[in-house]
Write a protein that binds this ligand. Structure first.
Ligand code: FES
Length: 86
């Protein structure tokens, strides 16, 4: 699989939408499923606070609002059903 890049906001607005938990769970899933091609990094406020944790996938211009780690996997095209083993 091609390298994929996930940027998860660590600003206060997104922390209120559990961005810390989403990032932690995504890293756990990454380890459990050996998805070394998925890079996860935390970034400062993206200035689109509210409605979920702000996530940018693969440098796309669009920022998506997510509430669960499964949704990040979906944005990456990874079948969330794999995460049931975690
Ligand atoms: S705190 Fe995340 S976009 Fe502002």
């Amino acid at each position: 699989m091609q390298e994929q890049n996930v940027k998860i906001c660590k600003g206060p607005g997104c922390k209120a939408w559990s961005s810390d938990r989403i990032a932690r769970e995504l890293l756990e899933i990454r380890e459990a499923l050996d998805l070394s091609e998925v890079r996860v990094c935390r970034v400062p406020c993206m200035k689109v606070c509210g409605g979920g944790a702000s996530v940018r996938v693969n440098g796309e211009r669009k920022i998506v609002k997510l509430k669960e780690a499964d949704e990040v996997l979906g944005a990456l095209g990874i079948n969330a059903a794999f995460t049931q083993v975690v």
